[in-house]
Design a protein around this ligand. Structure first.
Ligand code: HEC
Length: 153
């Protein structure tokens, strides 16, 4: 047991020594762009899957909706931090200049988006299809409204 702990400690220090300059997503503008774009891609996949079920293109499965909604409740909290780190505004994201001039408005939209995702998650837990569909529509309205203002083509 003691030996195991020791080798784990050695392993960890080895990793740190061999990658001393490893930046995390919040110390580097380009990494911040990758991080938030990845979050948006995950959001899109989860949204599209629910949408396809409501449109009848794949069989409706309430447990699958619940899984997607749970993921969305978490994913919608992620991108915003990556817009605020130093250097994020000079990295090559597909962002309109208006975003950096209206960060408060942008962040409020992000908070509403996450709140709507939480409401969708709650409705999904309730299992009532009409309520889920209403919450889903509300949630999905956020995308275009924000993109029109702040996402570059
Ligand atoms: C509060 C604003 C906001 C909301 C709400 C929002 N987005 Fe975005 N989205 C952005 C911005 C800004 C970008 C550009 C990010 C970048 O390139 O740095 C973006 C980029 C994207 C991208 C492209 C990512 C890439 O790989 O370049 C996708 C896909 C996307 N959003 C999907 C969605 C979907 C689907 C929704 C709704 C369910 C949504 N977004 C809601 C602001 C928003």
């Amino acid at each position: 047991m003691k030996k195991n702990l020791l080798s784990i400690a050695l392993l960890c220090s080895g990793v740190m020594l061999s990658q001393p300059a490893l930046a995390n997503a919040f110390e580097n503008g380009e990494d911040a762009v990758t991080y938030r774009q990845a979050a948006f891609q995950m959001i899109r996949f989860n949204l599209v899957d629910i949408n396809e079920m409501f449109r009848g293109n794949v069989p409706y499965d309430v447990e699958r909706v619940q899984r997607r909604a749970e993921a969305l409740a978490t994913l919608t909290q992620l991108p915003w931090e990556a817009f605020t780190i130093p250097g994020a505004d000079h990295a090559s994201g597909k962002v309109k200049a208006a975003l950096w001039q209206n960060l408060d408005d942008f962040n409020q939209r992000g908070e509403k988006f996450a709140a709507d995702a939480a409401a969708l998650h709650e409705a999904a837990q309730g299992g009532e299809r009409r309520a889920i569909q209403g919450a889903f529509r509300e949630f999905a309205n956020n995308c275009k409204a924000c993109h029109d203002n702040y996402r570059a083509d």
